[in-house]
Design a protein around this ligand. Structure first.
Ligand code: ADP
Length: 164
């Protein structure tokens, strides 16, 4: 059985992420979506919220498992006996960062390869940061996030706006 990992912060998950994860699930028998718990990186959504939003968005896909993880991705890949790490590429900047990270991961865990899937043209501009920026100011994020979690994201930012 061939397995892969799709890692990320998913703060929050976007349609761009979902596209990459679903395409990975067509290539691999099993996909682990690893939601990064990083104490030094401040996130708007807790790890439980981020995992829950991914589960709501991917509930129809039974070869996809979603869980939080902390530590080194290379160790997580060893633990899961994974064959590959799948990452999405939007731009040359993504490529530069991801290329370096893939070399480090290969050095730390020679059994795992990083595979890149190009973004769909319509999601090229899409990032979690952009979604947060638009949602914070009350803009329409309907086309950017999975429909199952639209309300959850909007209500989170409505609360944030009211607190400020
Ligand atoms: P972001 O870069 O949006 O903050 P993450 O750090 O959670 O997201 O990214 C996890 C992975 O998803 C990375 O490999 C990133 O390149 C990929 N990704 C994010 N947005 C897109 C998109 N719109 N299209 C393709 N891949 C994407």
């Amino acid at each position: 059985m061939k397995t892969c990992i799709c890692p990320g912060s998913f703060d929050p998950v976007t349609r761009g992420h979902i596209d990459i994860i679903k395409r990975a699930a067509l290539i691999f028998d099993k996909v682990y979506v690893a939601v990064l718990i990083n104490s030094s990186k401040k996130t708007v959504f807790t790890v439980d919220e981020r995992v829950e939003m991914l589960k709501k968005s991917l509930y129809l896909n039974d070869n996809i498992t979603i869980e939080g993880f902390s530590g080194l991705l290379s160790d997580y890949a060893k633990m899961k006996e994974s064959d590959a790490i799948v990452k999405g590429l939007r731009s040359v900047t993504d490529f530069e960062n991801e290329f370096q990270m893939s070399l480090i991961n290969k050095k730390l865990n020679p059994n795992v390869d990083t595979i890149f899937l190009n973004t769909k043209a319509e999601y090229m501009y899409l990032s979690s940061n952009m979604v947060k920026e638009v949602a914070f100011y009350g803009g329409d994020i309907t086309d950017f996030v999975p429909p199952e979690i639209l309300e959850q994201i909007n209500s989170k930012f409505e609360k944030t706006r009211n607190e400020n």
